[in-house]
Design a protein around this ligand. Structure first.
Ligand code: 5GP
Length: 358
């Protein structure tokens, strides 16, 4: 047994130190980025925030809305060719990744979709634990099949495995084990890595090889998204922050909740309607039952099922997130998202904000 005694940090352990700035307004801040990749011939242009490939988030409807603002969507792994055929909306295929797991069936499904839709040029190979040899082999196999596609692979949280996945053919490594809003991996297994440190260390490893990273999971507010970029993430992936919207296509349920007051006339309890949507982790019982029919005997759930308030159209939330990041940039003197990490000094804090009226 060994103990690493270096302190590892989470979003909630730091704040940005404000700096003198010549920027007059957050309007001047440019959040667009352009990337070229280590292997793929395709380039990327957009605001590098991604919808996670989760039920209720990574839908074609989400891609349709987000792509209007230049944001990216990793589609759910369960989509088949039929889902693309029946979708009636419009989207920008350059801002979409087709996601896949690592079984032979998953690979057949991916090949079928990409054959019918050559306009998609990003593939997201997503597993909970990116440390298995089988996963590295699979990444290499997909790279061989699709030499020109942009390949995303994850999840990992350490520099060594980031390098390994890049050397196996990943253009972009997805970083995060256990930080997610509906993730219970840390509780079930005791495994994880504080997300801010994981981003800093994996970004450094990937950038050294000419590759990129996605900070995946753990963002609870626009400030966290800004911190992920400040720490060196090239993209930031959001699940919970984009859940609960129309585009997730979840069922909106109305419940009547006790307001805490009695009607002054009748003295009856008063109730108010409250709308919510169910949101769940992709390793939860709910997801397993939905996609596999049942939970396999040898595994336990590593995800939660929660009810979250219904939040209407996603673009209002996106506006709020982008406004927050633009404001971060003005506080630290970054005229664009590209220079945010250069302008970042984090200070360690014992308290994030005043929650007396929260
Ligand atoms: P969030 O933005 O909600 O904090 O995190 C989203 C990320 O959580 C996803 O992109 C994915 O990496 C991770 N995630 C989604 N579902 C599960 C799950 O059931 N278990 C675990 N361990 N992680 C999950």
């Amino acid at each position: 047994m060994r103990i690493e005694a270096d302190l590892k940090l989470d979003f909630s352990d730091v704040l940005f130190r404000p700096k003198r700035s010549t920027l007059k307004s957050r309007k001047e801040v440019d959040l667009n980025r352009e990337y070229t990749f280590k292997y793929s011939k395709h380039s990327y242009q957009g605001i590098p925030i991604m919808a996670a490939n989760m039920d209720g988030v990574g839908t074609l409807k989400m891609a349709e809305s987000l792509s209007q603002k230049g944001l990216f969507t990793c589609l759910v792994k369960s989509y088949t060719l039929a889902d693309f055929k029946t979708f009636k909306g419009t989207y920008d295929p350059r801002l979409i990744a087709v996601s896949t797991g690592t079984s032979d069936k998953d690979l057949d499904n991916l090949q079928e979709i990409l054959k019918a839709h050559p306009e998609f040029h990003t593939i997201c190979i997503d597993v909970a634990n990116g440390y298995s040899e089988h996963f590295g082999d699979y990444v290499a196999r997909v790279r061989k099949l699709y030499p020109d596609h942009i390949l995303i692979a994850g999840n990992v949280v350490t520099a060594d495995m980031t390098q390994e996945l890049v050397l196996r053919g990943a253009d972009i490594v997805k970083v995060g084990i256990g930080p997610g809003s509906v993730c219970t991996t840390r509780i079930q297994t005791g495994v994880g890595y504080p997300q801010l440190s994981a981003i800093i260390e994996c970004a450094d490893a990937a950038h050294g090889l000419g590759a990129h990273i996605i900070a995946d999971g753990g963002c609870t507010c626009p400030g966290d998204v800004a911190k992920a970029f400040g720490a060196g993430a090239d993209f930031v992936m959001l699940g919970g922050m984009l859940a609960g919207h129309d585009e997730g296509e979840g069922q909106i349920v109305t419940k009547h909740e006790f307001t805490g007051d009695l009607d002054p006339q009748s003295h009856q309890m008063m109730f108010e309607p409250y709308q919510y949507v169910e949101f769940y982790g992709m390793s939860s019982d709910t997801a397993m039952k939905k996609h596999k029919g049942e939970m396999a005997d040898y595994r336990s759930s590593e995800g939660r099922t929660v009810k979250i308030p219904y939040r209407g159209p996603v673009l209002a939330t996106v506006k709020d997130i982008l406004g927050g990041i633009r404001s971060t940039c003005t506080y630290v003197g970054a005229e664009n998202l590209k220079s945010l990490s250069k302008c970042t000094t984090f200070i360690r804090v014992a308290r994030q904000f005043n929650d007396v009226f929260a």
